[in-house]
Ligand binder design. Sequence first.
Ligand SMILES: [Zn+2]
Length: 93
Amino acid sequence: MPVLCMVRPSVYSHWCEGCQACHSFNVHELSRDGHVLGFDGDLDRPSIGEPVRHEQQDGRLCEYLLRGGVLYYLESCSHALAGQSRALIDCPH
Ligand SMILES: [Zn+2]
């Protein structure tokens, strides 16, 4: 089982333990700094070049780096895993 699922071409999703939800990202999306996210194409041990930011409708924030299949949550996250890291688990889809 890969840890990333392709939702549609160039859009991938993964499970987030901090949010207890799936996040999806578009590899052509831009980060806040205006850089393309830069996914390396590895579905088993993925890396993304830029920090990924997910803002929920209720104002909660999840922000992380993804390197070699490990999520490094930034301190800015609203959830309990802020500042911690977690290996991605198999995509539940
Ligand atoms: Zn999250």
